[in-house]
Design a protein around this ligand. Structure first.
Ligand SMILES: *Cc1c(COP(=O)(O)O)cnc(C)c1O
Length: 367
């Protein structure tokens, strides 16, 4: 028989409810990020929109992911009062996770490669997080697992990004973009362009486009030779990057659990020199600095626009401004830093300017 004396709410559950309430309050206080329209006079009939994800309180699109990962950990009973939180991160995720850990009053450790941009390390520390810097980037997952074995809650951005986000709706980035496009001349974009770090953003957008039964194609813009590039061609999950990249947050060395190749229509490779030339150009066009992956995606947008123009197609292209450029003051925005790494942006700068002026200049065949 059933007892009428129900056990009291466990004290642990009361803390979880309080933490979830704080996340709900944070969400209610937050506004959506702006969808900026960038005029391209050389591309009549083709409209380019850039979603400014740097406007989140923690400075990047990883604000969305961090919120989802904390919700996932709390609702799965994995995170408790006073528990240390840990993740493996090249920076942007760590900054957003440190921001949410502070909101919930939890200690936070970011395991990151020692070569991470110094500005990002300072941002994590300023939010009260601790940075565990690892010399060899390949050791990062093992060091993070060590912290988890000692009792920390492992948020696991790479393992969980694709499932922690509610891709059917609930303020995911795809729902937000399409809502903001509703009153534009071409409300159903011809293309949405993003890049792949965890793969969470591309998986969410690709799934949502199918869910909403839209014709919009999804393009993933990636540093040349990244694992996403190599893997997508044959849906090969064992693929490895054929070259490293200077662009942080994307261009992963191996195929991550969150890469959903099946929902991606096109992958465009962008050399690092082109991405870096593009962030300087974006600063001129928008009056603000954005990070390297925004440049990678901007180059892909121009290629798609040129291809659309060449075959007389009209319509809209939407891409992302993923994080703030201030984080890269000592790297991508220091000409000496990338010159010392053999990068010459001048040819790409000239080429991108020519494309913006003439609407032509990319010769590669396109779909
Ligand atoms: C993580 C990240 C991306 C890619 O987003 P994912 O959803 O993780 O694939 C792009 N740009 C920057 C700066 C990032 O930090």
């Amino acid at each position: 028989m059933f007892s009428t004396d129900l056990p009291p709410l466990p004290t642990g559950r009361a803390w979880v409810h309080g933490a979830l309430e704080r996340l709900a309050q944070e969400a209610a206080r937050s506004a959506d990020t702006h969808l900026l329209k960038l005029d391209l006079p050389a591309f009549p009939g083709i409209d380019l929109y850039l979603k400014d994800e740097s406007a989140h309180p923690s400075g990047s699109l990883k604000h969305r992911l961090a919120r989802s990962l904390f919700l996932y950990a709390l609702c799965n009973g994995l995170l408790h009062a006073g528990q240390t939180v840990v993740d493996a991160s090249s920076g942007s995720t760590a900054i957003s996770e440190a921001w949410f850990a502070r909101l919930l009053g939890l200690p936070f450790i970011a395991v990151m490669p020692a070569c991470t941009a110094p500005g990002k390390i300072r941002d994590v520390q300023a939010l009260g997080g601790q940075c565990d810097l690892v010399e060899n980037p390949a050791d990062v997952p093992a060091v993070a697992a060590g912290h988890a074995e000692r009792g920390a809650c492992f948020l696991d951005q790479f393992g969980l990004a694709e499932r922690a986000t509610d891709w059917r709706g609930n303020n995911n980035i795809a729902e937000s973009i399409l809502g903001q496009m509703a009153r534009e001349p071409s409300p159903q974009p011809a293309w949405i362009v993003c890049s792949a770090g965890t793969g969470g953003t591309s998986a969410t957008i690709g799934r949502y486009l199918r869910y909403r039964r839209l014709p919009t194609r999804l393009c993933v813009a990636e540093p040349s030779g990244s694992a996403f590039v190599e893997g997508w061609r044959r849906y090969d999950r064992a693929a490895m990057a054929s070259q490293p990249t200077l662009i942080e947050g994307i261009g992963r060395p191996r195929v991550e659990p969150g890469f959903v190749f099946e929902v991606v229509d096109q992958v465009l490779e962008v050399p690092d020199a082109a991405s870096i030339a593009a962030v300087w150009l974006l600063e001129e066009l928008l009056g603000r600095r954005y990070g390297g992956s925004s440049g990678t995606q901007f180059v892909a947008c121009l290629r798609l626009a040129a291809a659309m123009q060449a075959c007389g197609e009209r319509g809209s292209i939407v891409s992302l401004l993923c994080d703030r450029g201030e984080r890269y003051a000592e790297t991508l925005f220091d000409r000496g830093w990338f010159a010392a790494r053999g990068i010459d942006t001048a040819p790409w700068d000239a080429r991108l300017r020519a494309v913006l002026r003439d609407g032509r200049g990319f010769d590669e065949p396109m779909p």
